[in-house]
Design a binder for this molecule. Structure first.
Ligand SMILES: *Cc1c(COP(=O)(O)O)cnc(C)c1O
Length: 354
């Protein structure tokens, strides 16, 4: 690698303060972070430094106009304790697709991959090894001009920090089909992991939580007839433990790396996976005919989040007990075994760091 990253190590590791058995998601940060700044049309001065606050101008343009994109990925340990990443090149490609849509510069592959690799190697003792745990990695890029005027920023910062995490949704979740608010529409930014997509989801999700649900299921913005995705997960519906339906990539939904991994593993496992537009009527019919045997969300944080029930305009479809879910239980085990190298990775998804 041609780039050289300046490394300033902490002299006060906080690792002893972390209780690796009971980690609150997203609240504990490893010792170091990566940072590189975009100035004069170039990424400059990449460095790894102790995790800590950064100083910003009140006029920081991303705070006002939302040029901010992010990624979510994980590092694991193999059975011998060596650190590894899962499909980092897919996250690298996706952050640049998001950045492009938001009028932001591309990060280079070298900076993204080397920044991640060196950071995770340095903080590898922070990778938890308990079942379902991992080191969650958060690469992100934001506009840094201190200028109050609506135009693309000239300066940007790209950073990565790490959070040790246990499993995200330990219990199956109750979801509500959302028919008032809209997440994405044709020509919009639904496919981008852009900060604003989450800002606008807060109110609808808060309202659903007040009604006793854990998450909402977004539907299409034109007719509210087709399901899109839920929170930060892509959706899968299983018919008769055999056919697996998932919404097609249409520019509205996030093209999940976990979604793609699941589709490939399911197909290899002999399941019929169909990527298409899925109507609420189709789900209601499947439920009423007793065919809906499983439903789950997929995403890096949650991996597989089983859905306990789906509330749709006065009807509540209650799915089989979590232990009886053939497909999601099989898939969870398969995927986490690949990520932690308990089984052979035949797809070149695992990126070893040593
Ligand atoms: C991140 C995200 C996903 C899942 O993507 P993964 O690459 O599998 O983590 C799905 N939907 C939304 C809206 C997301 O932000």
């Amino acid at each position: 690698m041609a780039i050289s990253i300046k490394i300033s190590k902490t002299n006060q590791s906080r690792i002893k303060e972390c209780d690796f058995e009971n980690i609150e998601f997203g609240k504990i940060f490893s010792d170091h972070m990566f940072r590189v700044d975009y100035k004069d049309g170039m990424w400059q001065n990449p460095e790894i430094l102790p995790y800590g606050n950064i100083s910003i101008s009140p006029a920081l343009s991303s705070l006002h106009y939302g040029q901010a994109v992010f990624e979510g990925m994980k590092a694991f340990k193999d059975p011998s304790g060596n650190p590894q990443l899962f499909r980092p090149l897919d996250n690298y490609k996706r952050i640049n697709q998001s950045a492009y849509r938001m009028g932001m510069p591309a990060i280079t592959e070298e900076l993204f991959i080397e920044g991640l690799s060196q950071l995770v190697k340095l903080d590898q003792d922070w990778i938890p090894t308990k079942e379902g745990s991992a080191l969650y990695l958060r690469p992100f890029m934001f506009a840094t001009d201190d200028f109050v005027g609506v135009r693309p920023s000239v300066n940007y910062t790209f950073m990565i920090f790490c959070c040790p995490v246990n499993s995200y949704y330990p219990k199956p979740i109750r979801v509500k089909v959302e028919k008032t608010y809209v997440r994405a529409f044709k020509g919009g930014v639904g496919f981008a992991k852009a900060a604003g997509n989450y800002g606008m989801s807060m109110l609808p999700t808060m309202e659903a939580k007040k009604e006793g649900f854990d998450q909402i299921v977004w539907t299409d913005g034109e007719e509210h007839k087709y399901v899109e995705e839920s929170g930060t997960t892509n959706l899968f519906f299983v018919l008769n433990d055999k056919t697996v339906l998932t919404p097609e990539i249409d520019g509205n939904i996030l093209q999940g790396v976990t979604r793609d991994s699941c589709i490939k593993l399911l197909r290899e496992g002999g399941y019929d996976v169909v990527e298409k537009k899925i109507s609420l009527k189709e789900i209601a019919d499947a439920f009423n005919e007793g065919l809906l045997t499983d439903a789950f969300g997929t995403g890096t944080a949650a991996l597989i989040a089983k859905i306990e029930s789906i509330y749709n305009e006065g009807e509540n479809y209650i799915l089989p007990n979590a232990e009886d879910r053939k497909v999601s239980n099989w898939l969870y085990k398969k995927l986490s075994d690949v990520q932690t190298s308990k089984i052979i990775d035949t797809h070149n998804w695992v990126y070893q760091l040593v």
